[in-house]
Every structure is written in C-alpha cells, then in structure tokens.
Unconditional design. Structure first.
Ligand code: BEZ
Ligand code: FE
Length: 286
C-alpha cells in the first residue's frame, strides 16, 4: 500500500487490521478508526490542532497515578461514562439506577459493623443513614455487601489529602439477614472534581464549572444480583442540574432530613444539628 491519500487511508488501515483474530477487538478498532478518521475529515483537523490533542493526552497520562485518575475524569466530563453506564444498565422500572463510579473508590476499605461511625472521626454535621436492600418484588436481600465512600464537609475525599494514610469516609459493611443497613457518618458537601490538571484546563476553555452536587457513593453486591454502583444525592442541593460529570438521576435524589436537635436513631440525645437519610436500594437479578 503506497501513495495513500485522504480518500484511501481509512480503508488501508482497516485492511491492515483484517487479520485480528479477537472478533470483539476487531469490531472495536474498526469502528474507532472509522470514527476517528471521520472526525478529522469533518473538522478539517489541522496539524497544530492534532499536536495540541497529543499534548493534552500526554498531560493526562503524566498526571495519572494510583491516586489520581485523569482518564476517568476525561471520560466523565465528556459524558462517555454516563453513556456507557446507560447502555449497559437497562433495568426494569423500579430497580435502583446506576451512575458514575468516579475516581475516588479505593480497594480494601475498612470493614465496619452496622451502626458504627464510618467517617473515621471526621469533624462535621452528624448524619445517620439507613435503609433496606431489596429485590424488585420487594423481598429483602440478606447480607448484601455495601461499600460507601464520601467527601468530607469541605468537599475532599481522604485520598486527596496530602500525607493522610488513614481511610476516612469510606467503609465496607454488610446488611443484616433482613436486608437492613445503617451507619453513622458526617454530611458530605458539594465539591469540584480535581481541576488543577488538563481536564480542569479543558473545562475552563469550555466555560464549564467543575462542581458536583453533594452525594454519597454506594456499591452494592449480593450473590445472584447485578452489582449496583450508584450515589444518593441531596434534594434541594446545588448543581443537581449542572453536575460536571452528568451523573444525576431524579430517582437518586433523596431528602437528607434536617433535625435541629433531638434523639438520634440509636436513642441517643443530640443537642445540635444532625441529619438522617432513609434510602432503599432495589437490585436487579444477574
Ligand atoms: C465522584 O463522585 O467521586 C466523582 C465522579 C466523577 C468525577 C470526579 C469525582
Ligand atoms: Fe463523589
């Protein structure tokens, strides 16, 4: 193959890849090449713009490490994560909807018993969270494993705090035999996604803000059911209609009930402000 030009280059690449034995890989790379070339043709991409694109992706690679996942941020802010989730989680009406995973989950979070404070001693407004894990027909699912992770009251995850090796605001807990879960933590605030890197520069160039509405992350697994990765958002909070990563779904917005003072769900009097949340999750059969 010689003398390839604007018209013939795409087919030449597809022909070169024709020997791929992995059928799915072949399908994906064929489509990627076709769309990439169509994009360059449609936009009449210049060499300077191509170079800028390469520099941008290089910067994303350079800033990415085991604590900072800039590629996920890119996927999230371009809506790719939400698209992939939407087309892979078409569930029956009534099942809890999935949303973005985000870059702040870490493996091997500490295990807590039901009722414990999972904040790891973070200062903040106390929050008592409970609910039931159920199947679509309403039957409780016993002993589901629930991972939760959250920002603090200034909008930071533990992994964003320099020099902090402990886990804060993340936990693995297990629902009881009746599907009930409950724990104590602090109320997380809205936060900007990390925007001191190339994705932040991209948002700025696009006149977009980096903020996410306040939320609590859940990942729930139980044998025989699809894994659910989702959030619970705060009703009436900021950014619900302009989430930087397009993750908000109406069904995931709940009332974080404000109590000026009173008796907490464990029967202990609290003289100051606290919040409660009651949220059930409906899992879809595997
Ligand atoms: C998060 O909710 O933790 C998150 C999701 C997407 C991008 C950045 C953060
Ligand atoms: Fe988050």
């Amino acid at each position: 193959m010689r003398n390839l030009d604007e018209q013939t280059i795409t087919q030449a690449v597809l022909t070169r890849n024709a020997g791929t034995t992995d059928q799915r890989l072949h399908e994906i790379v064929t489509s990627l090449v076709q769309h990439l070339h169509a994009f360059a043709r449609e936009t009449k991409l210049t060499e300077e713009e191509w170079e800028k694109g390469i520099e941008f992706l290089t910067a994303i690679g350079h800033i990415t490490n085991d604590k900072r996942q800039e590629f996920i941020l890119l996927s999230d802010t371009l809506g790719l994560s939400t698209l992939v989730i939407a087309q892979n989680h078409k569930k029956p009406q009534g099942c809890t909807e999935a949303t973005v995973f985000g870059p702040f989950h870490v493996a091997n979070a500490p295990r807590y018993d039901l009722g414990e404070d999972i904040s790891g001693g973070l200062p903040g407004v106390p929050w008592f969270v409970k609910g039931t894990i159920k199947a679509k027909d309403g039957t409780p699912i016993p002993h589901a494993t629930i991972e939760v992770w959250q920002a603090d009251d200034a909008g930071f995850y533990d992994v964003q705090k320099p020099g902090l090796d402990d886990y804060h605001g993340r936990a693995i807990i297990q629902a009881d035999a009746n599907g009930h879960y409950h724990f104590r933590t602090i109320v997380p605030e809205c936060y900007p996604i990390p925007h001191d890197g190339p994705v932040g520069k991209m948002l700025e160039a696009l006149n977009r803000h980096p903020w996410r509405p306040a939320h609590l992350h859940f990942m729930i697994t139980a044998p025989g059911y699809q894994r659910l990765v989702t959030h619970v958002f705060r009703e009436g909070g900021d950014y619900l209609d302009s989430d930087a990563v397009f993750g908000v779904r109406s069904s995931l917005i709940a009332d974080w009930v404000r109590h000026e003072s009173g008796i907490d769900p464990y029967g202990i009097p609290i003289e100051s402000l606290f919040y409660t949340l009651d949220f059930d999750f409906i899992l879809h059969l595997a």
